[in-house]
Structures are given as structure tokens and as C-alpha cells.
Design a protein around this ligand. Structure first.
Ligand code: GLN
Length: 276
């Protein structure tokens, strides 16, 4: 391998970036002048826009996630535009899509969905891909997040299927058949212990659930039963140690617990509930 590659790999290794070869390859491919894919062993330095590459590399050396540098993250069946104003969609959140598919067997069904705290729009867009006739409302209190969601919805040509609103859940006064959400749920101490990559480059507003991480569930539990149609369901992401508390919080507000789902690390991650 040539010196250019070795020295840049070393820079990444020195600060313990987990997969330096993969990251270097991605950054090179996002800084190249040529069309064909660059692999580390065949690099021709003349094919690289060095100014661009160095900018990207320096960002990575400050622990900025690759997704934020290249403005792209994959989720379910799509790639999404992401930036520092939205949480990167995470694989465990795909459980919300899978549970929706388990719940609603008829993919042509006409029904309404509300996505609370949509961020990049990844959940709303993925549900729209699966349920062609669903009418989806995606809300977020962050202006900048709504801009990102709109950009993704426009890119996927789903403007006629998904309506976005910069609005808090308090202001919703229509009812839905399915409500989904990945709310902020980290406790104060979990937030404090996050890696620099997440803490410095992902929005705190999308992660911070207050002292015990449960603030949002308490708030949602008050409101959600009032905006559910008859036979409506709630599919919600939870923190790995929050199952018992969340079950209790939603029970007190009159929702019926149906099931939970674990993520690939066998941690409680998704809950399915219905209106009693
Ligand atoms: N799973 C996320 C994390 O640990 C937290 C997501 C959230 O708060 N909704 O980074």
C-alpha cells in the first residue's frame, strides 16, 4: 500500500476510529474526480480532490460520524439525507417498520399514521414505502429537522403521501389509526456517557429524555389515547432499561400493552400498544 494510504490510515488508527479502512475508503470515494470505485490498494492520488479529502478527513479526526460528513445514512430500504440537526436513523428503529408490517397485513389498506418527532423522516418515509395508501402526518418541534424531513420526502417523491408540520404533540387534535415514535429517551447519565461522535454531532434535543429518560413517555401517555381512533395502535421505541416503567406509564394512561420486541443485541427496544 502506498504512503498516502498508510499515513492517513495511521491518523485514523491513532485516535481509535473503529473501522479505519472502511472510513478511509468512503472518504476517498466522496472526494474523487473519477467515476469508478476507489479501493485502497489501487489508489492513484491524482484521482483525488485532495483539498476536499483533507477537509473530510479532518472532520473524521474530530470524531464526526461518516454519515454526517457525507450527509447520508441508510435505513430500511432507502438512503436518507442527514445532517447535525437530525438523529441518524438507527438499525434498531427498523423494528418499528417490522412491527407495523406484522400488525397491518394488508399493504393496500387505507389508514392514517402519525409519526411523532420525525427527525430525518426515515420512519414516515419507510412506512409510506410499505403502505402505499397510508396518509401520513410527520411532526417535529425542530424547524431544522422539518427541513431535513421535507428534503427527504421530496427526494423520494412522496410529497402527496406525507404531510409534515413543525408542531408539538400538544397541538394535534385529529385522530389516527397508527401512531409511531422514536422519542428522546436517554437519561441524564446515559447522555453524559455517550461517545464524542454522538454527543458532539447528533442533536441533544433528539436524545435527551430528562433525568430518568422517561419525560417524553409521560407526556405522550397523556395525549396519545385522546388522538387514537377506535382500534388504533401505538408502536414506540424505548430505552433498554425502560420497559417496566413504560409499561406502567402507558397502562396508567389507559393503553393496552400488547407486546415488546428486542433489538439485535437482545435489548428491549420496541413496544406495541393499543387503545383499550
Ligand atoms: N438509541 C439512541 C442512542 O443510544 C437513542 C435514541 C433516542 O433517544 N431516541 O444513541
Amino acid at each position: 500500500m502506498n504512503n498516502f494510504i498508510l499515513s492517513n490510515l495511521n491518523k485514523l488508527k491513532q485516535i481509535s476510529i473503529p473501522n479505519p479502512e472502511i472510513d478511509l475508503r468512503v472518504l476517498l470515494n466522496y472526494s474523487k474526480y473519477v467515476k469508478n470505485e476507489i479501493i485502497l490498494s489501487n489508489i492513484n492520488i491524482e484521482h483525488i480532490n485532495l483539498k476536499k479529502f483533507n477537509k473530510f478527513l479532518n472532520r473524521r479526526l474530530k470524531h464526526e460520524p461518516i454519515s454526517k460528513i457525507i450527509n447520508k445514512k441508510s435505513f430500511w430500504k432507502d438512503d436518507f439525507y442527514v445532517n447535525r440537526f437530525v438523529l441518524d436513523p438507527r438499525p434498531e428503529t427498523e423494528g418499528i417498520i417490522e412491527e407495523s408490517l406484522n400488525l397491518i397485513k394488508n399493504k393496500q389498506k387505507k389508514f392514517t399514521i402519525l409519526d411523532i418527532g420525525t427527525g430525518s423522516g426515515a420512519i414516515a418515509i419507510s412506512l409510506s414505502r410499505e403502505f402505499n395508501n397510508a396518509r401520513i402526518t410527520a411532526i417535529d418541534i425542530s424547524d431544522k429537522a422539518i427541513e431535513v424531513a421535507n428534503k427527504n420526502i421530496k427526494n423520494k417523491k412522496l410529497l402527496n403521501k406525507i404531510v409534515t408540520k413543525r408542531i408539538s404533540i400538544d397541538k394535534i387534535n385529529t385522530s389516527f389509526d397508527l401512531i409511531v415514535s422514536n422519542p428522546p429517551y436517554l437519561s441524564k447519565s446515559e447522555y453524559k456517557d455517550l461517545s464524542i461522535g454522538i454527543k458532539n454531532f447528533e442533536p441533544k434535543i433528539a436524545l435527551n429524555g430528562g433525568d430518568d429518560g422517561l419525560n417524553f413517555y409521560r407526556k405522550l401517555a397523556q395525549k396519545i389515547p385522546k388522538i387514537m381512533n377506535k382500534n388504533a395502535h401505538l408502536i414506540i421505541e424505548i430505552g433498554e432499561r425502560q420497559f417496566n416503567s413504560c409499561k406502567e406509564i402507558f397502562k396508567l394512561s389507559g393503553l393496552n400493552y400488547i407486546k415488546k420486541r428486542q433489538d439485535l443485541q437482545k435489548k428491549d427496544r420496541i413496544m406495541l400498544l393499543s387503545k383499550l
